[in-house]
Design a protein around this ligand. Sequence first.
Ligand code: ADP
Length: 545
Amino acid sequence: MTGALGFKARFSEALRLALISRLARELNAELTLAQLLQRVLHATAEALGTPYASLVALHGGELVTAYVMGGDPDRDPLPTMRAVLAGGLAGFVLHNRRTVIVNDITSNPLWLPLNNEPASPQAGAALAVPLIHAREVVGVMTVAHPLPHYFSADAVSLTTTIAELGAAALAGALRRSEALYAGEMFANLFDAVIVPVLLTDLQGAILSANRSACDFLGDVGQELLRKNIAQIHGGTSSWPEGEQLTQLALGRELRFRTVLRGLRGDDLPVQVHAKRIRSQTQDCIQWILHDLTPELEQDRLREDLTAMVYHDMRGPLGNIYSSVSALRRLLADHPNPHVSTLLEVAVRSEQRVRYMVEALLDVQRLEEGRKLLNRTNTAFGGLIQDAIEQVEPLAEEKRVRIRLVMAEDLPMLYIDSNLIERVIINLLDNAIKYSPDFGLVTLSTASTGREVLVHVKDTGPGIPPDALERIFDKFERVRGRNMPYGVGLGLAFCKLAVEAHGGRIWVRSNEKSGSTFTLALPIEPPATTELPLLGGDMSARASRE
Ligand code: ADP
């Protein structure tokens, strides 16, 4: 046959072997996808002497890229290759996963007239082979020659050998290009994310910082890359250590607030979300930083504003109180009984608002962590008597009896007596408020040697177990019918005031027999007391020692 002779005439067996071993060596290197397609195709075309050759790379049956030998280098071969895969010879080979020889392309409908491809013959023979790796068709190579019946069995055998060699290399190049693409996508995404993100190794050495992190931390010259992340937090702020870091490395996510020290030396309050991620090349920790500066600024503004409002409300409230009190005196003998009732309502309402404003101011002051300036050595018995006197009118109104069981020899306590007295008033007030008419409230004290305990027990409706802790939060109330008026600030104040003394407060409750609130105050003041700085309190300290 002419074709077979033509092919045989070009290459001896020895030359073909040399060509295959050269190709095998070339493919052994890590080539890019484009380089690999070119090498395989040139080797095949050279061996077979064909002017036209094409190779499509496929992933999951989809066209990834293609190379056409003899084609116009400026033209994208993909549209033509797509058409060939959809209805031409390469598509047939892809779906049937076998080599096909077309001895006369003029009479075979699978050979599409490729007018765009000048090297593609209009007549002659064609040979197409699948490149199969791990049972997947990763490519289809097509060669064509203007002579009909050009491809002999030897040509098919040689092309199949090249295809086998090429398939493994092509699968590797496809995998690498996918990884590269994913890596590139990740790098682009990482940089484009508008929140600051840092990547470190598992020991905290910074591997990369996105653009936003560089701007946020003031890095203009990749300085961050020479640091460990633990070095960029403000000295006194919290930073995960020990067990937390171990857990992080084991895959547990961490969220915490801290203050970072920017490279310009500025303090940057942040919420950090750290988690371990697996990148292409190594395991790292991703640290996402959320800048808290605007939120903190807003909080401060809001607090300043509310403090100002509460503070300024005291003046007008005081005026209302003194005016109504004066009216009450002046109209004490008024013949119309409704007058005194109305004035009574006005006085009480003013009182309620005043208590509320005071409570809000107290809570705010304590939340800000301001120091207790008025601590003195206090005899606890007297303080409790004063508190009971304050709530007696309310108890009388509800016919609630207050029983007092005082432990003997209670030690003096070094406390802000005004604050603690108001805590006890709050507890007694609640106990009376929530007790039924004719109920009983028992206040008892005890000393454990380290703490003085005050129990306030009532015969009220009790508190559901799920609310036992939350009622100490601001504005938390137990919802229910016939509940007395309140805003949920009293217990929040009690908790803050007791904790400011290094003490504790809790409640035990039984929905049948009422609730018992207990506060525990340390007999020794906490070690952090900063009295030496406060001239006014030195005497108090001295009298205690
Ligand atoms: P307020 O009494 O103004 O609502 P508090 O902070 O003093 O605010 O109390 C919070 C909530 O705790 C109350 O709304 C009530 O539901 C519950 N509570 C407090 N003391 C008692 C008590 N002695 N018995 C039953 N429930 C109580």
